[in-house]
Design a protein around this ligand. Sequence first.
Ligand SMILES: *Cc1c(COP(=O)(O)O)cnc(C)c1O
Length: 364
Amino acid sequence: MTRPTLPSREEVLPFLDEIWNSRFVTNRGPVHLRFETALATYLDVPYVTVTANATLGCMLALRHLGVTGEVITPAFSFVATAHAASWVGADLVFADIDPETLSIDPQDVERRITPRTRAIFAVHCYANPCDTQALADIAKRHGLALIYDAAHCFAAKDEGGSLLRHGDLSVVSFHATKVFNTLEGGAIISHDLETKQALDRLCNYGIVDENNIESIGLNAKMSEMHAAVGLAQLPHVEHDIARRGQVVQRYWDRLKDMDGIRCVCPPDRPGRNNYAFPILVGPEYALSCMALYERLKAAGIHARRYFHPPLSQLPLYRDLPSADPRGLTCAIEASEQVLCLPLYPDLAPEDQVRILDVICTPWR
Ligand SMILES: *Cc1c(COP(=O)(O)O)cnc(C)c1O
């Protein structure tokens, strides 16, 4: 399904020497600071706060913005999105998604606003940009915070630049399954130094200095070792994305005209980062999505039903008023039809042919 890209051990060793010699292993050490600077430059965003992972990053972003009350978030996402909002004590309000991009539907967001709504917590699904203009307009008109779970969006761009520049805050993941990884890790993108510094403190228990603790922070720091993996990997990411692009192109070439299969992330959108290759298995295909998943599995190929089930159908969340399936038809349909195909930079072309041969088998 996926395979993390790693720098060579030789590229990491000089960082390890530095860490071992200084015994500076965590707490915003020199490697961490260089990594944050390098990321801000590479991603072309104003301020970066590196975190231990994106889930903690989302929790701190919501916390920093004082989000309580109701938070509107898509029913179709990874469970970390809903959990992060729950952890800060917010009441989840699920919204439906746009059937084309599978990212949150702004019109449905607007319909679900109440006097208790405090924030929109959107997801650029598979790094497919949300309708950022519409969401910014809605947030502004209703006085809401706008936060993006941009976990998928490393190096992804739209016409105006990095996808990570949108919203009050955006959070990207460096998990092993993402386009760029630090084994575990993430970052919060902010727009002014004051906010960045407040987020830095939130990652470190809210400590300001020896005598002052200003906020109820967490321990969400990234260690020097993780930052070292990031610094060593950063020079490779452009090439990794290009190689992912070749895999995407080969999927597209054979699946684009296939009856009953819709490719959600075609290779023609500029700025894409080739994070994933989701297909929707529709009723015109000979097998159900689940049956195709099983056929692939029988052939030793692990595709991922990402995301299934919809968050609104988890026992944890399905009794919420907003979880009524009648209001979430696109999220539920996507969740029933989606399969993310194996995708990583060094996926061998002959392995990919095997995957495609299963999908293209005339089952009837
Ligand atoms: C991967 C992912 C996360 C979690 O990121 P971590 O760095 O693993 O905490 C959050 N949201 C979405 C949409 C994701 O895909």
